[in-house]
Ligand binder design. Structure first.
Ligand code: FAD
Length: 424
């Protein structure tokens, strides 16, 4: 009996296991092929724990509008998604139509998952619980005869030196097992030493998390949320990235989905410019403030800086903006103060110290270089029968279901390819 070893029972590993089980099922029958055993090695005591934490426990498992250009190493991702779509033979054309011919969505629909779309194309299970996604995957694994080996941390994969020999898997407890093909699906952390040195590994750093900022400004606004447009520039003022959305001030810096997305591009020393009036064009901002001042003065009479911003911003935010403009909150707000206030409102600056606590970050940037793998199968160019998928590859994307989509898509691709190779 040959063995397909899948290392890591997270999103990508489970998808690979299901796809392998499906591909190995005897035609027309429900039993797994007896020639190839699929084993899912998971370091944790149970598979899929990482899935349960996603989307605040609701699992934003994909997006209705997958765009390869949003991903790091987007050309590799595009080739992979095109190849997966090309290979997905539909059993049921009605399902294909309802899923917009997205093979990942078809896969989940085939196994019974129902979902709904929220803002910006985010897809969540209809039951609104991540556990439902895991239930579906585990049921599909069981149907494909996949064996779960939990509490099994693989510390090294040694490819065969000659054709006909096996892969050696080294475990944390010193045990050694053999396999005929291996799918590495162990996420983005702890990759050093897992594969032979000839594999290039881009150094890993946690991203999709909050940003730490210098100074005490953010601290004075802790827990306040604002709608804002955010611009990240490097120390020389060159644009790195832009995002718009909700910003949450924290004692250590800034958070929120827009900040998470910017964290993929941020380096220490960068400046984050917060536009608190995203609905007013920069060129129109002064005239907007002049009009507002004239209108308010007709009713209120003399205005202080804080009085002028009342009704527009929360008082703690107003005080920070006025201070940045060099104005005193209680001092009379004159026409001459408008240009400085406009600048402060349109680009309140924060200096980035770094990405926040790694435990708050959603993905790890870095991983095995995509240049060593075939995008159409996820198989290594260096060792036949070795596949790497999900976050273990140097691929990441913004929030919105894109990262899990990649985990499923790459897992399905590798699981199928490895099973077909072993069965053939
Ligand atoms: C809090 C949080 C929320 C998120 N929310 C979303 C979301 O809503 N939508 C979205 O698209 N993305 C989300 N992400 C990102 C998404 O979860 C990951 O991109 C995705 O899980 C990556 O899948 P993976 O299978 O490559 O890795 P993982 O899901 O991390 O799975 C790796 C598995 O391998 C196991 N493992 C690791 N090393 C070994 C080893 N040596 N031997 C054996 N097993 C090993 C781990 O225990 C784990 O089970 C979120 C991430 C976090 C942290």
């Amino acid at each position: 009996m040959k063995k397909l070893a899948i290392i890591g029972g997270g999103a990508a590993g489970l998808a690979a296991a299901v796809a392998a089980g499906e591909a190995l099922r005897s035609p027309g029958g429900s039993n797994a092929s007896h020639d190839v055993e699929v084993v899912l090695y998971e370091a944790d005591e149970r598979v899929g724990r990482s899935i349960l934490a996603t989307g605040n426990g609701r699992c934003n498992f994909s997006n209705a509008h997958i765009d390869a250009g949003l991903y790091r190493n987007g050309a590799f991702v595009r080739d992979a998604l095109i190849a997966l779509r090309g290979r997905s033979a539909r059993r049921d054309s009605a399902t294909a139509a309802s899923c917009d011919e997205n093979p990942v969505h078809e896969f989940f629909a085939d196994w019974g998952l129902e979902w709904r779309e929220e803002g910006e194309g985010r897809l969540y299970p209809l039951a609104n619980k991540a556990s439902v996604v895991l239930d579906v995957l585990r049921e599909a694994c069981a149907a494909g005869g996949v064996r779960e080996a939990c509490g099994s941390a693989v510390v090294g994969v040694v490819p065969p030196e000659r054709t006909g020999e096996h892969f050696h898997l080294r475990f944390a407890d010193g045990a050694i097992e053999h396999a005929d093909a291996v799918v590495v699906a162990c996420g983005g952390r702890g990759l050093a030493g897992l594969l032979p040195e000839r594999y290039r590994v881009a150094s890993a750093r946690p991203v999709l998390g909050p940003l730490r900022t210098a100074g005490s400004v953010a601290k004075s606004l802790d827990n306040i949320r604002v709608r804002a447009a955010l611009t990240l520039v490097d120390a020389g003022g060159t644009l790195r990235a832009r995002e718009e959305g909700e910003l949450l001030f924290r004692s250590y810096g800034v958070s929120g989905i827009a900040v998470f997305n910017l964290s993929r591009h941020a380096s220490p020393g960068d400046r984050l410019l917060v536009d608190l009036l995203p609905f007013v064009a920069e060129a129109d901002c002064e005239s907007y403030l002049f009009r507002r001042r004239k209108r308010m003065a007709a009713h209120v009479g003399e205005l202080s800086g804080e009085g002028f911003l009342r009704g527009l911003l929360l008082p703690p935010v107003s005080r920070v903006v006025l201070r940045e403009a060099g104005l005193r909150s209680e001092a009379l707000f004159s026409k001459a103060d408008v240009p400085a206030l406009a600048r402060s409102l349109k680009a309140l600056p924060f200096v980035v110290e770094g990405v926040g606590d790694a435990r708050q970050c959603q993905v790890t940037r870095g991983g095995f270089s995509v240049g060593d793998f075939d995008a159409t199968t996820m198989e290594s160019h260096l060792d036949k029968g070795l596949y790497v998928v999900g976050e273990a590859l140097d691929v990441d994307a913004p929030c919105g279901g894109y990262n899990l989509h990649w985990a499923w898509a790459s897992g399905l691709t590798a699981g199928r390819a490895a099973a077909v190779q072993l069965a053939g």
